[in-house]
Design a binder for this molecule. Structure first.
Ligand code: C2E
Ligand code: MG
Ligand code: MG
Length: 283
């Protein structure tokens, strides 16, 4: 009887794995189709410099609106794209679309604003990345200094030596490099000091609990101080309240991104935002 039950458990277990694998494959193939069918769109979220209250950059964030699945969050499909390799084509599409949009804004006189693009680990490690970026910039007549690449701390910190080489190459092209989701991957200070980067983006998990949570407050303040002493720009993401803004500002954080100023917007909405609120009154 026990043996029988063991077999049943095993059966249920393998069934569950098969179902999960089948779902995963279905998601993968509909994502592939989505890319070709034009179901992906970019939204854009402004980053505001606190000094002048000016929008200094806009981050491109990909969205998938699927006729079958509804709105699928990037946290759901980016990992699938990453594991299946779809990220290569998806990333190329993001780069092209964001550069085209930036060109449109510049032509309309809505600059000077940088475009920030997220790269996953696989994109960052792609030996052809510099060439792909160079071609997209050329295609849309975008100077390299107008493009910022965001790479998660966890990606930058694996393979320290190789990361430095890759970052150096991208920086030499004139691009700006940002370490995204900073503070959760245990970077050593020594390592951070050696990275050729321009900006640290404090992970949203620390911002969320400001200013009440003593640990989050200590970590955010430490990252800001550390960034400043290394001559890096420090930006906080996920800022939602006046209190969070006040905390960050008094600690010396110079750039802010979050719903407090502006959520990610569809292209037209962002065009409107840039046209009507290039400078925000901050006090
Ligand atoms: P991320 O780059 O750290 O982006 C910040 C996330 O925080 C975005 O989530 C944004 O919508 C959200 N956010 C911004 N302000 C606030 C706020 O005030 N409150 C709250 N609660 N959330 C806020 P989203 O758009 O769901 O993107 C999730 C992640 O997916 C991104 O994290 C990024 O790692 C990845 N991703 C998005 N677009 C791309 C892309 O084009 N390529 C790659 N490789 N990854 C992407
Ligand atoms: Mg980002
Ligand atoms: Mg982030």
């Amino acid at each position: 009887l026990a043996k029988e039950r063991g077999r049943n458990n095993w059966q249920m277990f393998t069934d569950a794995i098969n179902v999960a694998a089948a779902e995963r494959m279905a998601l993968e193939s509909s994502l592939r189709r989505a890319l070709e069918a034009g179901e992906l769109v970019l939204e854009y979220q402004p980053q505001v410099e606190l000094g002048a209250g000016r929008v200094v950059a806009v981050e491109a964030l990909v969205r998938w609106s699927s006729p079958q699945r509804g709105i699928v969050a990037p946290s759901e499909f980016i990992p699938v794209a990453e594991e299946s390799g779809i990220i290569v084509d998806l990333g190329a599409w993001v780069l092209d679309t964001a550069c085209r949009q930036l060109h449109e804004w510049k032509t309309a006189g809505l600059g000077p604003v940088q475009m920030a693009i997220n790269l996953s680990g696989r994109q960052f490690r792609d030996p052809q990345l510099p060439e792909r970026v160079a071609r997209a910039l050329e295609r849309h007549a975008i100077p390299p200094g107008c493009l910022e690449l965001e790479i998660a701390e966890s990606c930058v910190m694996t393979d320290a030596g190789e990361s430095i080489e890759r970052l150096t190459r991208l920086k030499a092209m004139g691009l700006h490099m940002t370490v995204d989701n900073f503070g959760i991957a245990y970077s050593s200070l020594n390592h951070l000091k050696r990275l050729p980067i321009d900006k640290l983006k404090i992970d949203r998990s620390f911002i969320r609990d400001l200013p009440e949570d003593a640990d989050a407050a200590a970590i955010a303040a430490t990252i800001i101080a550390m960034g400043r002493s290394l001559d890096l720009t420090v930006v906080a993401e996920g800022v939602e309240s006046e209190e969070q803004l006040a905390f960050l500002r008094t600690r010396g954080c110079t750039q802010i991104q979050g719903h407090y100023f502006c959520p990610p917007l569809p292209a037209r909405g962002c065009t409107h935002f840039l046209a009507t609120r290039p400078r925000l009154a901050l006090d």
